[in-house]
Design a protein around this ligand. Structure first.
Ligand code: ADP
Ligand code: MG
Length: 272
């Protein structure tokens, strides 16, 4: 069974200036244990797609099955529940709590997920060990770490709830190439252990490390399936509209889908 099964999704934002038709019929299947990279120029819809894959936003039309579940059947509460337990996020800017220890940062998602208190620390230690953070760093504050260490702690935080997928949006974007290399080795090792990873990058060298690299342009994805001819870009359609052609699709609003705001975490930080 595929972990991610996206069929013909469109995402149209309604703005003061009119409609912005950002995703234009994206289909994507990712199997368990696959490491997929998505590349594309700025503004092509990468983060919009990531937000949908991460249940932070919902498509205007089209279907998304996550681990076999059609997410359009889920309530907002169910969506947050699934997001907290089945999805791990890694961001370009790490998004760690700066004045909390490494261990506490990694335990935090387990507190949100209401995992038994006694399990939190051993699970966090296992996740940190999996990304090669040495035990003598566990009680450091995260703002004392190097960029590469911060990103590996962030990966441990994404891993700790044993998610179905790890979504990484430009995870090496703020790192020098040697440090980025270490972070990529970490992702590769996780893939070798059966983790499913979708990673966005601008860097072709980073994308080349994935099992498959997909290219997104003007909201359309050229799948690995199209790359048999050797040139992925060759199958991309040219942009025909001006970004306002919302009438081109049959708008079928999904009533229960209030798009979630830009954060998956509640503002109150629970004790861990
Ligand atoms: P990328 O990550 O590839 O740089 P994004 O997915 O962030 O691109 O954005 C793609 C397009 O979608 C941009 O034109 C952006 O302005 C637009 N967009 C993204 N989010 C919204 C939103 N909430 N409302 C309106 N337009 C949006
Ligand atoms: Mg982006």
């Amino acid at each position: 069974m595929s972990v991610i099964d996206v069929k013909n999704i469109h995402r149209i934002f309604e703005t003061g200036a009119g409609f912005n038709h950002v995703l234009r019929g994206v289909s994507l299947t990712v199997n368990k244990g696959e490491f997929v990279a998505i590349m594309g120029p700025s503004g092509s819809g990468k983060s919009t797609l990531m937000s949908i894959l991460g249940l932070l936003d919902t498509p205007t039309t089209g279907t998304y099955r996550l681990e076999g579940v059609d997410i359009s059947t889920l309530s907002d509460d169910d969506l947050s529940f699934v997001r907290g337990r089945r999805i791990g996020f890694v961001f370009q800017s790490f998004n760690l709590l700066p004045r909390a220890t490494v261990l506490r940062n990694v335990m935090l998602p387990l507190a949100y997920a209401e995992v038994d208190r006694r399990e939190r620390e051993p699970r966090a230690i296992r996740a940190l060990t999996a990304v090669d953070i040495a035990p003598d760093h566990f009680d450091h504050l995260t703002n004392e770490l190097s960029g590469g260490q911060m990103q590996r702690v962030a990966i441990a935080r994404a891993l700790v709830s044993d998610p179905a997928i790890i979504l990484a949006d430009e995870p090496t974007g703020n790192l020098d190439s040697a440090t980025g290399e270490m972070v990529m080795q970490t992702f590769e090792r996780l893939r070798d252990r059966g983790k499913t990873i979708v990673l966005i990058t601008h860097d072709p060298n980073v994308a080349a490390r994935a099992d498959r690299a997909l290219h997104i342009l003007d909201g359309r994805l050229a799948d690995g399936a199209f790359s048999g001819g050797g040139r992925v870009g060759g199958t991309l359609g040219t942009r025909t509209g001006d970004g306002t052609a919302a009438t081109a699709v049959n708008l079928r609003p999904i009533a229960s889908f209030a798009p979630v705001s830009d954060t998956s975490l509640p503002s109150r930080i629970p004790e861990v």
